[in-house]
Write a new protein. Structure first.
Length: 303
């Protein structure tokens, strides 16, 4: 699942086409990338020699070629490649629509801080730095002349991102929803203890952007970004919830200690466990499931 060039949801299908040798022709392999709209209409298709692009990242309808120092975005379906000022490292945690924004640590020792700089992938220009932003009140009161703030950025939806604040060296964080272009705070969420948090912790966002479930190491918390109300938080004796998808029909798809399951988003009540194939969801709530060698796409139903 992914997005097309205009940010609308799209399905990416990768095919490897092997042509056997015949006559004077050598055997050949091609990778065909095709993207489809939720309606099933084909948006664009491109072929590449060899099988090297069977796992190459695709962002917003573009194949991301990182074979050179600065990444190049190749439009699926034809068009001129887009040159960028972003390296493979910059793209690893890129967030946002279109080609997106990269984030880089800006470490300071006077005072101690791990500020964060957001840059435009196309130009490499700085957009904003957390050093210039006002942290949440609970974090601001911990700032001293010797110790400032730390922050980490997580993808959210559209031109928004989760910016999680802490005092340098402290595991207590406060979640905020920010505008990606300016860093401006849109909403302040719950506080968490991020001790044990890793880079690949889970995040699930509803299609309307109003509900988020965030894993923070050894637990998860759900909150409404519109009302800023916390919906629920995991107890210490519960199985760890790793959010996978929140399609907007009242169900949270998640991994419970690795097992695939479905929960009620309102109260984390277990609805189903032992799910064989975890659906993949578009940004507008369509689901895709593989079964019997075929791919089925359907609209989700409310519970």
């Amino acid at each position: 699942m992914g997005e097309w060039r205009d940010g609308t949801p799209a399905l990416l299908v990768r095919n490897r086409v092997d042509t056997p040798a015949g006559g004077l022709k050598k055997a050949a392999t091609q990778t065909v990338l095709t993207m489809y709209a939720p309606s099933g209409a084909q948006l664009g298709t491109s072929s590449f020699e060899g099988d090297t692009h069977m796992s190459t990242p695709v962002r917003n309808g573009h194949l991301v070629d990182t074979s050179r120092p600065d990444a190049t975005f190749i439009p699926i379906g034809g068009g001129d490649p887009v040159a960028t000022k972003a390296s493979t490292v910059d793209l690893k945690d890129a967030v946002g629509p279109d080609l997106g924004y990269s984030s880089q640590r800006d470490t300071s020792f006077q005072p101690y801080a791990n500020w964060l700089t957001a840059k435009d992938i196309r130009t490499g220009n700085k957009m904003w730095n957390t050093k210039d932003l006002t942290p949440p009140a609970a974090i601001a009161k911990l700032v001293t002349p010797e110790k400032a703030t730390s922050a980490r950025l997580m993808p959210y939806q559209g031109d928004k991102a989760l910016l999680q604040w802490s005092s340098y060296g402290d595991s207590k964080e406060v979640m905020t929803l920010v505008d990606l272009k300016s860093g401006r705070r849109l909403a302040e969420g719950p506080g968490i203890d991020a001790n044990g948090t890793v880079d690949d912790d889970g995040l699930a966002v509803s299609p309307d952007g109003k509900t988020a479930v965030v894993q923070y190491g050894k637990g998860a918390v759900a909150w409404n970004t519109e009302t800023r109300k916390e919906l629920w938080r995991q107890a210490a004796d519960e199985v760890n919830i790793v959010p996978s998808a929140l399609p907007g029909n009242g169900v949270l798809y998640a991994y419970l200690d690795g097992a695939k399951a479905a929960l009620d988003i309102r109260d984390k009540k277990l609805l189903a466990s032992g799910i064989q194939e975890m659906p993949q969801f578009t940004a507008n709530g369509y689901a895709a499931v593989r079964s019997g060698g075929a791919l089925f796409v359907f609209a989700t139903q409310p519970v």
